[in-house]
Design a binder for this molecule. Structure first.
Ligand code: GLP
Length: 235
């Protein structure tokens, strides 16, 4: 794993956007794996800026998001579909029909997981996977566990995740308890991985990069990826 330290959020956004631009320019129909959370926002701002300045074209880009809350429609302000539309898709020239997020309202969760896996496969896999990390080392919504997850799953969220995400909801009881999430194997199949972390994630990044590779710290699996970069903001 390669570690890059950024001096500020803006610098992290620029460095991460450079990596995105390289991948976007190197493929005719690139597939970007996208993530939510507050950490990727400086990157999304920089991508929007480059698109507006005519430096980065998303017209042939396809995107797949890592995860979505179960029970929230895409119109709900806290759904990840809404987040992506508001913070990226509505401001760049990506075709809306080329953006994919799991359907949080799917009536049959198992069928939705299979559908999402088949979709990613039909796209030829992910060229660049963006990741954030949870304080417990989770990737997407793959929580610490006894095994590394294989495929897209319908997951019960860990209490620490529910509490961390409660800040976005007016009433903490509204935080969904379940979510759809791509699996660790799906993430590891991406050709290139970029994990972004704020300074507050220093300890978990240290553990993920230098500790044991264990499903109890899902992000530690990235040590086994051949092209994974971490950008962290210095304290
Ligand atoms: C959520 C998302 C993760 C994200 C994490 C960290 O739990 N499912 O994909 O990495 O939050 O979010 P933040 O960047 O806001 O710390």
């Amino acid at each position: 794993m390669k570690l890059i330290t950024a001096g500020s959020q803006d610098e992290m956004g620029v460095l991460a956007a450079d990596i995105f631009a390289e991948v976007i320019h190197s493929k005719p129909r690139p597939v970007l794996g996208l993530a939510t959370g507050s950490t990727p926002l400086p990157l999304y701002r920089e991508l929007i800026k480059r698109n507006r300045d005519g430096k980065l074209d998303f017209s042939s880009v396809r995107s797949v998001n890592l995860d979505e809350y179960a029970g929230l429609p895409g119109t709900h302000e806290q759904s990840y579909r809404y987040f992506m539309n508001e913070n990226l898709f509505n401001h760049i020239n990506i075709k809306p029909e080329n953006t994919y997020v799991p359907n949080g309202m799917a009536e049959d969760p198992e069928a939705e997981c299979s559908r999402y896996d088949a979709l990613v496969k039909s796209m030829g896999g992910v060229d660049l996977q963006l990741l954030g990390v949870g304080f417990n080392g989770h990737l997407a919504f793959c929580e610490p566990s006894d095994v590394f997850s294989n495929k897209t799953q319908y997951i019960r969220l860990a209490e620490i995740t529910i509490n961390a995400n409660a800040r976005f909801f007016s009433d903490p009881s509204e935080v969904p308890r379940y979510a759809f999430s791509m699996g660790i194997k799906d993430i590891m199949l991406a050709k290139k991985i970029l994990l972004l972390a704020g300074a507050e994630k220093k300890d978990i990044i240290e553990k993920a990069m230098n500790g044991d590779i264990t499903p109890q710290v899902p992000a530690s699996v990235l040590q086994l990826h051949q092209d994974a970069t971490v950008i962290i903001i210095k304290e």
